[in-house]
Ligand binder design. Structure first.
Ligand code: SAH
Ligand code: SF4
Length: 409
């Protein structure tokens, strides 16, 4: 992909990228920009001009913002970055309906976003949904997830979360069909509730009519089950749709598939999500990545049905995207349909979701994982063996003795 509008060059010292200490402009709200300007003797109304240029218009750098006096543009450029990332690669799939972008941060790490286009169909307008990352890597380490395989690198700054959105908005604007962003899902790389302050600041910017102006109903935040984070969100009131990556209702299996379960077991996660639904009046969405022979048995469906029966909940079943180095593949469609039927039989609404971008590995983190390089063959073989053994034990109901992943508390 050509560098995004206004992409910053990486700063290099002794051949290594170093992080740029200037905050990204998109992370600022009107009040803080006004305070920054007035402290420098500049009129407060410039803040509005700057935000308009950052979130709309066609400027690709601060120097491009023609409404600003040159001296102010120079001072702003010294203090802030127009964007925090270079858009490195854009890979298309599904006949152009899925666009996966790899963004390079100023310290050289890469993150991903995926833009999915859903054409209008009978009675439904076209949708353009962007999936964004909240961290570089992830500490949770789910073994079917490419990001989990990468491990944790660092939290994203607010502007780094938001600049993924600006990049997609710019691409949508360049189309001739008047397409605009309709939905944002925090289901890219990282565990959003382990970077909750920055995620909440980002959501505020996305909601803010002076910035992106996307309604809370159009934003979904995923979590693998960080119970204190869910409780904090409940206290704040409805901000967005909460989606819980549940994957298994039995602790033994969930310990293996979502290692965070060893810290917050599934019943605690569902209790927190249930309280959230009751307090906010908003239905919680539960995600199950359907993994052939691992979490798709009748017993798994019944355990999930018992756990969620009567709740204000909706279940999404998503076939697993293939990830190299894992022993698993997606469940077959008849198995997924049978699983759905057992949930529906007790009145739980279920949707079977189609996979997007399989051929480009649009499951979170795959492109970045590929870039990170191939692990050594013996390491892969050892890991597969360990997972197969853990998965088999879990299906017999034995809980994992492995510790909680580091960096999760
Ligand atoms: N960390 C958060 C959000 C990012 S992951 C979470 O886990 O909820 C977003 C979703 O992608 C999660 O539901 C996750 O389980 C799912 N996912 C990860 N790897 C996948 C794969 N290989 N195939 C299908 N879904 C996958
Ligand atoms: Fe992290 Fe979510 Fe991937 Fe698990 S599925 S490793 S929580 S990004």
């Amino acid at each position: 992909m050509a560098a995004s509008p206004g992409a910053v060059a990486l700063r290099v010292l002794d051949g290594k990228p170093v992080s740029d200490p200037r905050p990204g402009l998109s992370g600022l709200d009107l009040a803080s920009l006004e305070a920054w300007l007035t402290a420098r003797g500049e009129p407060a109304f410039r803040a509005r001009q700057i935000l308009d240029a950052v979130w709309g218009g066609s400027a690709t750098s601060i120097a491009d913002v023609t409404t600003l006096p040159r001296a102010l543009a120079t001072t702003l450029d010294e203090a802030f970055r127009w964007t925090t990332m270079v858009d490195e690669t854009l890979v298309l799939a599904d006949a152009g309906q899925t666009e996966k972008a790899l963004h390079r941060l100023s310290d050289g790490y890469s993150i991903e976003s995926v833009l999915m286009h859903y054409p209008a169909r009978a009675g439904r307008k076209a949708r353009h949904t962007l999936c964004i990352s909240s961290q570089a890597g992830c500490a949770v380490g789910c073994p079917f997830c490419a990001t989990g395989e990468l491990g944790f690198t660092r939290d994203l700054e607010t502007a780094e979360i938001l600049d993924q959105v600006r990049s997609a908005v710019a691409r949508l604007k360049a189309r001739e069909d008047g397409a605009h962003l309709t939905n944002i899902v925090f289901m890219g790389m990282g565990e959003p509730l382990l970077n909750l302050d920055r995620v909440l600041e980002s959501v505020e910017a996305l909601n803010d009519p002076k910035r992106l102006g996307l309604g809370a109903r159009h934003i979904t935040v995923f979590t693998s089950g960080v119970v204190p984070g869910i409780r904090r969100l409940t206290a704040l009131g409805p901000q967005f749709t909460l989606a819980i990556s549940i994957h298994a209702a039995r602790d033994a299996l969930r310990d293996v598939l979502v290692p965070l379960n060893r810290r917050w077991p599934v019943a605690e996660v569902v209790a927190a999500a249930r309280d959230h639904a009751v307090a906010t009046g908003r239905r919680v969405s539960y995600e199950v990545t359907m993994i052939g022979g691992a979490n798709d048995t009748d017993a798994d469906a019944d355990a999930l049905a018992n756990l969620l029966r009567g709740d204000l909940a909706h279940v999404n079943l998503i076939p697993m995207n293939p990830v190299a180095h894992t022993p698993w593949t997606a469940s077959s469609m008849p198995v997924i349909e049978a699983f759905a039927a057992r949930l529906q039989a007790v009145g739980i609404p279920v949707t079977i979701r189609r996979n997007r971008g399989q051929e480009i590995g649009a499951a979170c983190g795959q492109l970045a994982a590929e870039r990170a390089g191939e692990p050594a063959a013996p390491a892969v073989a050892w890991r597969r063996k360990r997972l197969e053994a853990a998965s088999a034990k879990a299906l017999l109901g034995e809980r994992s003795e492995e510790p909680v992943p580091a960096g999760v508390d």
